[in-house]
Write a new protein. Sequence first.
Length: 64
Amino acid sequence: MVDSQSSINNTNYCDDKQYKRCAGVNCCELGKNCLRIIYLKKEAGFCDSCAKDLLNLKLVEKID
């Protein structure tokens, strides 16, 4: 059995000060908003639009 956590990049997205592409599906904007994906317990950057949608759906939380 393969450990599913080992295949996920475990680096802390918010520690890297360079903006990367939004983690939203099929989104090409810059991921300026660092959010924690609740069910995966991972951090990723999302553009303003994707961040707003995901926050409204309560799938992510803001990182203080």
